[in-house]
Design a protein around this ligand. Sequence first.
Ligand SMILES: [Zn+2]
Length: 192
Amino acid sequence: MEKKMWEIQFLSLPHILKYCKKCGKKMAFACSEQFRINAQRKYLDIWLIYKCLNCNTTWNATIFSRIYPQSLNPKVLERFHRNDKDLVEQYAMDNDFLRRNGVEVQLSQYSIIGDSFFPNETVELEIKSKYFLPVKVSSLIRDTLHISQKEYSQLVIDGKIKSIPNQDLQKCKLKNSIILIFNEKSDDNPTI
Ligand SMILES: [Zn+2]
């Protein structure tokens, strides 16, 4: 079976949705790409700063709260101090981290890098993501292969798209990776 690979690339850091006190309602906040570090006393606090898109009110997502400074690798601490871009991405693209901070994540636009194929080809497809942002697998496939919701559902119902391990392909979301089998050839079913 021919193997194909897709990699999902997010075009920007996702906005988060939370209540803004100044605006008086739930608003979208953008990541400032800056950390705030408080190391004045014997404890260390580190946050990632977000800003309301409407009024610039800041909100801090907690990364570390009251930890001993010695417990953090000095090289990592230095990366926080210089707002290291990869470190910012690591947190701003982490759905679990943002949810632990009690906010909703608004998915950013993404593109798919990889080999294209037709929905009727026999293919083993691996979809990979460097970061855990919950994109629906069904949307990814429909957008990339240019098929409708109805066509997609029919392929799933007919068993022409399967996943390893088996997941609900109408609902499941991409984590770090998923493997899909399109149009598996089977001796038991000579009509395929
Ligand atoms: Zn606001």
